[in-house]
Design a protein around this ligand. Sequence first.
Ligand SMILES: NC(=O)c1ccc[n+]([C@@H]2O[C@H](COP(=O)([O-])OP(=O)(O)OC[C@H]3O[C@@H](n4cnc5c(N)ncnc54)[C@H](O)[C@@H]3O)[C@@H](O)[C@H]2O)c1
Length: 441
Amino acid sequence: MDLKTRLEKREAKIGVVGLGYVGLPLAVEFCEKGMYVLGIDNNPKKVEMLNAGKNYIGDVDDAKLKKSIDEKLFEATTSYDKVAELDVIYICVPTPFTKNKEPDVSYIISAAECVAKGLRKEQLVILKSTTFPDTTEGIVQPILEKPGLKVGEDFYLAFSPERIDPGNKKFTTSNTPVVVGGVTEKCTELACMANQIIINLVVPVSSPKVAEMEKLLENIFRSVNIALVNELARFCDRMGGIDIWEVIDAAATKPFGFMPFYPGPGIGGHCILIDPYYLAWKAREYDFHTQFIELAAETNENMPFYVLGDIRRALSEVGIPFEKARVLILGVAFKRDIDDTRESPALKVMHFLQERGVKDIIYNDPFVPKVENNGMTLYSQDLTEKTLKSADVVVITTDHTEYDAEFILEHAKSVVDTRNLTRKAKKNLDKVIKLGSGNRY
Ligand SMILES: NC(=O)c1ccc[n+]([C@@H]2O[C@H](COP(=O)([O-])OP(=O)(O)OC[C@H]3O[C@@H](n4cnc5c(N)ncnc54)[C@H](O)[C@@H]3O)[C@@H](O)[C@H]2O)c1
């Protein structure tokens, strides 16, 4: 039976390489449609947990995962031995950057090499990891063709970027449209068919390069707009008398042509901070400098340093020398209501404080019980009256929904608010230095 028929009959076996924030929800969605999924991850701990029915991704429903395992629709393994038994293989491995902010596509290369060993005719490989244009055709395709198979004839290859928004309850895998660009028309057609099993709207584009660039545009769009409001927040602080948050809320009443973005302590996560550098790096190969994009990255990356300035100011106002201060960081996840600390600006603030001689740093995060950060191992403290009172300054770096601004302000000596959490408070506002507020309250 050819692949098209197997997809139509929903008899295709699915492989998901990389069972993280992207791969695991994808695997579970296919199981929900009654399809068999083999998950491959080189982290034995994750594989062990999954096979025991234990979930580690917030967006994945525990019961759905357990059901998939009990019904033998899902199994996880560290081995690529069964690749030949699969029909569609999604690659969802990390694409970080190096210390000097150059793309690191070694995970994609390694996964593609392992898949190539088992590749056979009538298989479809879909790369989902965010990356620079020409990764699919320029890097993955030659690896997969090495054993002697030809793309578009023997096997099929496409790029289909992920749009999952961890923590978003409204837009999940099935109701978030995805883009697909195949190396050939048949590659696109088959990749669309595979995606349509679990996603309501699939949008084909003319090539993998268009799909790769499209994903970068989405994230660079966010980076540039966040940089713009970060710049305006700093200007409001410089000029005084204007609160950037009020300005944004007012502008957002325009029903067309405006989309609100908010300032903060910097950008974190595996996407918006990293992806602009992927494009900037690729552009240099063509003697092209993406100045606009790099200016946005620079503006955003200055924000944790700006927050340090506010912390110094807060401490001097309560009369505590910087190095002797106890600093309580509220929220180490890079955004609200999730547990992901990758590239988190809060961790940068903590690191910079430590580098500048602050020894007593504690944190609370209801989603992150423990953090390892530049040699420091810290455990989340309960957010009690005592914890708040013990700190010389409380720094709100993530506005988790359960944070109660009134409670924090009642017990803290001083507060640096980088997320506008304190807008909800009515009392004790004289304790707050808020980013972009144009002054103290
Ligand atoms: N997290 C998001 O919100 C998000 C959204 C859109 C796109 N993306 C992109 O999706 C990709 C994956 O991101 P993620 O957040 O799921 O990463 P993740 O780190 O949560 O998961 C990746 C998984 O791949 C595994 N892995 C690494 N190398 C492997 C290999 N050679 N073979 C098998 N498994 C391997 C890791 O152990 C890990 O479990 C990245 O390119 C990212 O930019 C992420």
